[in-house]
Design a protein around this ligand. Structure first.
Ligand code: NAP
Length: 238
């Protein structure tokens, strides 16, 4: 099937970093971009720089999510691509000293926010002939990577963020299984260690490079995979 020219994509947390670059690259590919951001001033500025439509969307706020879904329903009636990118790191502290409140805050954004946005947008995605959901995860959420004694992540002992992304990986699998008989594909990606505000500017990759796998999975052809975890070198062990 030839995909329609004007696919519509919503990217959460797209006012900066990997989300902004994903929006920019999708717009460059001819996709109509709905640039999600929680702060109107930052969102409007980012959207204007891309000629995109700003959508106010705080992934931890049910009213904001419902408002975003209603706006898309009223203006477009369909959604082709959802990139669940919004994420926070929280405290990188050892499990024994991580406050539960911090862990809840990280899960509210990275996990429950993604689930809430996905559920709110699902009806619109079902109307697309080729729905795509991309969950921006992390290799830090891989149990395989975390338990590899010879690997670079073995020495990283921290609770909230990796646990939230491990749970997000399972959320990806479960949505993919539920939607297996539909055209909607649901995949988790990891952008790699990318220099953004999230990392204090540290990282081996630029935001543009980090965004490439998000864009690739957003534009998957109909015979592409679903329910996988992938970076731009290939599948990543869960
Ligand atoms: P970033 O530059 O800090 O951008 C994060 C984005 O998420 C910002 O736009 C931020 O908005 C938004 N956000 C945070 N909480 C939100 C909420 N409640 N509702 C809506 N938007 C919210 O970080 P990044 O590096 O681009 O990270 C993007 C994604 O990549 C995250 O899911 C992160 O876990 C993942 N990731 C990053 C790396 C890396 O090395 N950078 C590696 C693996 C995975 P504000 O500007 O309003 O705060």
């Amino acid at each position: 099937m030839v995909l329609p020219m004007s696919r519509i994509a919503l990217i959460t947390g797209a006012n900066k970093g990997i989300g902004y670059e994903t929006a920019r690259q999708l717009a460059a590919a001819g996709v109509s971009v709905l640039l999600g951001a929680r702060a109107p001033e930052r969102g409007h500025a980012a959207a204007a720089s891309l000629g995109a439509r700003f959508i106010q969307l705080d992934v931890t706020d049910e009213e904001s999510i419902a408002g975003a879904a209603k706006t898309i329903e009223d203006e477009f009636g369909v959604l082709d691509i959802l990139v669940n990118n919004a994420g926070i790191g929280g405290e990188f502290a050892r499990p024994s000293v991580t406050p539960l409140s911090d862990m809840r805050r990280v899960f509210d954004t990275n996990l429950f926010g993604t689930v809430a946005v996905t559920k709110a947008m699902l009806q619109l995605l079902r109307r697309s002939g080729a729905g795509r959901i991309v969950n921006v995860s992390s290799e830090l959420g891989s149990l395989h990577v975390a338990t590899d004694r010879a690997g670079p992540i073995w020495s990283l002992i921290t609770l909230a963020y990796p646990a939230s992304k491990a749970a997000l990986n399972m959320v990806t699998v479960q949505f993919a299984k539920e939607l297996i008989d539909t055209p909607i594909k649901v995949n988790a990606v990891t952008p790699g260690y990318t220099a953004t505000d999230f990392t204090g500017g540290q990282g081996f990759r630029t935001a543009a490079q980090g965004a490439e796998i998000c864009v690739q999975m957003a534009l998957l052809p109909d015979d592409g995979p679903t329910g996988i975890f992938i970076d731009d070198k290939g599948t990543v062990p869960w």
